[in-house]
Design a binder for this molecule. Structure first.
Ligand SMILES: Nc1ncnc2c1ncn2[C@@H]1O[C@H](COP(=O)(O)OP(=O)(O)OP(=O)(O)O)[C@@H](O)[C@H]1O
Ligand SMILES: [Mg+2]
Length: 357
């Protein structure tokens, strides 16, 4: 169900064309991520001044935060062609050799989902990144020989949603690592206004703020919510999106004021109403909302944790005071007692494993 969620950060089939159409093309048009943008600008422009290929760049961050966009911008800023491939497409070292040996000088190679590349290819990549050389193995078994092959100096741009899964030696070979964070509502508001302009949707500032606020810190979600709001305004009104219309549309799609959707709220409500705020075990909680434990853990919980509405403890899931407030409920006396703030020094109680967000 994850793919169909309006608030999923993953790219859906519907997003593909729109993602491409809405991508900023220059660093100056890339909104937010101030520090990354400034650092990257220095890396690129100093290399340009020296007439060298810039260091390899690793972009790390959650889905929909702008990694692919930034990779394209890097090539554009350098005025170089961009070759795109991805970890899953490189099953054998030979697949990578085929790409590397046909790069032109200064070309930018975008390797998306780099953490999913096959191991033997990884080792080939180390050498290529460091020495602009690959060893092509010819033959099999004891008679196999490695033939060194020079390749053109290039800039690798790797992207990953799981920087922690990258082997150290690979991470160390990137001269610049950009960590992309969730966006602030004010930044998303600018993104929404820009996207609205490109799509020819008229949104007033308050409506843009409303959409931004419900977008979970993620530009891709903001752009998706904007489209749903536009549909609503076209069918139910004169096409101009006001705050009231944006609210009505997003309420209809069950995306609430903080960006929680139906599943998020069902989990939270069950935790509060059926289990008095917890602690309750994951599988019990999942059964009570009719979902698989994995769905609750992977799809709903990370955002609830990030919003400070739910905590994972060694004794089970616990709602925070903010959770009661968010659903407009009053906690019963003594509810959510085993909460971190109330139990200084009880850090060991809390299991932060498996967060993966
Ligand atoms: N800083 C930004 N300013 C304006 N638009 C942005 C920004 N970052 C992302 N977007 C928009 O959000 C959408 C998703 O961005 P992008 O495809 O680059 O994300 P991603 O990090 O590559 O995601 P994934 O991990 O799923 O590959 C694009 O349409 C892009 O236009
Ligand atoms: Mg991408």
């Amino acid at each position: 169900m994850n793919e169909e969620r309006l608030v999923s950060a993953e790219q859906s089939v519907d997003d593909q064309a729109i993602d491409a159409a809405l991508r900023p093309k220059k660093l100056d048009d890339f909104i937010g991520q101030e520090r990354v943008r400034e650092q990257l600008s220095l890396v690129l422009h100093s290399a340009l001044r020296r007439g060298r290929t810039p260091d390899h760049v690793l972009l790390s961050g959650g889905p929909g935060l702008g990694k692919t966009t930034l990779a394209m911008i890097i090539a554009a800023e350098l005025g170089r062609p961009l070759r795109i491939t991805s970890g899953p497409a490189i099953e054998r070292a030979g697949d990578l050799a085929a790409v590397l040996s046909t790069l032109s000088e200064g070309e930018v190679l975008f390797l998306d989902e780099i953490h999913r590349m096959a191991r033997p290819a990884e080792e080939m990549l180390y050498l290529a990144m460091e020495d602009f050389r690959v060893d092509v193995v010819v033959g099999k078994g004891p008679g196999a020989t490695a033939i060194p092959l020079d390749i053109a100096p290039f800039t690798l741009v790797g992207a990953t949603t799981r920087a922690g899964m990258l082997p150290g030696p690979l991470r160390d070979r990137f001269g610049f690592v950009a960590h992309m964070d969730f966006y602030e509502p004010a930044e998303l508001e600018v993104i929404v206004r820009r996207s609205a302009g490109l799509l020819g949707v008229r949104v007033d500032d308050e409506a843009a703020a409303e959409v931004a606020f419900r977008s979970r810190g993620t530009p891709r979600i903001a752009n998706r919510l904007l489209r749903r709001v536009r549909d609503y305004a076209e069918v139910r009104a004169d096409g101009v999106v006001t705050r009231e219309l944006a609210r009505a549309a997003l309420d209809l799609y069950e995306v609430d004021a903080q960006g929680l959707d139906r599943l998020d709220r069902a989990v939270l409500r069950a935790l509060l109403v059926k289990f008095g705020g917890g602690p309750v075990g994951l599988s019990t909680l999942a059964v009570s909302v009719g979902e698989e434990p994995e769905t609750v853990e992977v799809v709903a919980e990370p955002f609830l944790v990030r919003q400070g509405l739910l905590a994972r403890t060694a004794r089970g899931r616990v709602a925070t005071p903010a959770a009661w407030a968010h659903l407009g409920l009053t906690p019963p006396p003594g509810a959510a007692a085993p909460f971190p703030a109330a139990a200084p020094g009880a850090g060991a109680l809390f299991d932060v494993g498996g967060e993966g967000d």
